[in-house]
Design a protein around this ligand. Sequence first.
Ligand code: MEV
Length: 427
Amino acid sequence: MVNSRISGFYNLPVEERQQKLTAAAGLDEAALAGLYAAGLTLAQADHMIENVVGIHGLPLGVALNFQINGRDVLVPMAVEEPSVVAGASFMAKLARAGGGFRTVAPEPVMIGQMQLLDVADPEAARAAVLAAKAELLAEAGEIDPILKKLGGGPLDLEVRILPDTPIGPFLALHLIYDVRDAMGANAVNTACERLAPRIENLTGGRVHLRILSNLADRRVAKAECTIPLSELAFGDFTAESVRDGIIEAWAFAAADPYRAATHNKGIMNGIDAVVIATGNDWRAVEAGAHAYAARAGRYTSLSTWGKDAAGNLVGSLELPMAVGIVGGATKVHPSAKAGLALMGIQTAGELAEIITAVGLAQNLAALRALATEGIQRGHMGLHARQVAAAAGAVGEQIERLAEQLVREKTIRVDRAEEIMKEWRAND
Ligand code: MEV
C-alpha cells in the first residue's frame, strides 16, 4: 500500500528523502533509480533530438498527500519554480481531509484533421465522404493492428464545412480515433495521411493539412475536491473569509480574460510539472488547455470554485488531457519511466486524472495565497534561495544569504552580490 503522507519530508537531506520515498511507494530502489539519477545520459539524449550538445536539467520533486479516488499517489513534478511542489502538497493535504480528489477521464479519443480544399460543391463533398465512412474507417483501422487488438483505432469520421475563411469555403474532416494508452499524435497523423488519397478520389478535392488537433475536447479529464470549512482557517484568517476570498478570486478569473490567463497559468504550473516529469508533450497540453478555456468564444477560467450546502469549499477543474504512458519519451526517458512507476499507473487515463487533480490543487494553492496574505510572502524564502545561488552563494551561504535578503525585503541579485562582496571583504 502506497502512503503519500511522509512527515518531515521537506526537512530531510536529499538521500534520506529518496530512502523514505522508496519505502512509502512500496517499490525497490531499482524501480526509482531513474528518478534519483540526473535523468538522461548524453547518449540517450542524442537519440531523442537533433544537434545534441548537452542535457538541460530541472529539479524533480515529489508532491505528497495526494489521495485520488481513494488511492494514495506520490506525484513526480519537474519544475524550476519555487513553491509549486510545496503548494500542491499542502493543498492535497487539505483536500485529503475532505476525502481527497474525485477524478474521471473519458476514453482516450483524439481528433485528426484533414483540410479538404478545391471542392466545387462542399455539400456534395460532405455527402460523398459520409457515404464512404464505413469503408474509410475500415481502411484506417488496418494501419495499426496492435492498437486494434487493444481496443483502439478509428471510431468515426465527421465533416465540417468552414464557410467563411480567408481563402473561401472549405471542409475540415475529423477522424475520431481511440489511441488507448498513447498520447496519440503518431497514430492519428499516420491515419490521416493514409486516408487523404482516398478522400481526394471520393471528392475530387485536394487534402492539404493532415494533422491531429490539440484541442482534444473528446479527452477532457475532470477533477473535483471538497475542502472542509474547518481546514481553511489559518493565522488571523477565519475559515469563512478564506473560503469566500477564494470564491471571489475565482470569480475574477471567470469574468476577465486578463485574470483568467494568470489563473490558468497557476493551474498549468502543476499540470506541466507532472506532464514534463512523465516525458509527455507539455506544449500539446498547454495548447489544448488554453483553446478549451476559450471554447465559449471568450477566454475564461478552467476551474470553478464555490461552496456546498454545508459551507465547505468545493472546486472542480476540467481540461483536455492528451497524455500517454507508451510511445514518445515516456518509455525511453529513465526518470519518466520511474515517475510512472512511482504513481503505479496502468493506463493513460489514470495519468490524466492525476495530472488534473494536481492542476486543481495548484490552483487552490495560488488562490488561497492571493486571497489572504498575498503570493509574495510564501514565495519569498524560496525565491531568495534561488537569488542567493544565482549570486554565487554555495552550501550554507545560500540559506544565510537568503535569510538576510528576506529580512531586508530586497530579493535581488545585485543586492545578493553586494552582500557576498561584503562577506568576502570581512573574511
Ligand atoms: C505564479 O506562477 C502563478 C500565480 O500567478 C497563479 C495565480 O495568479 O492564480 C500565482
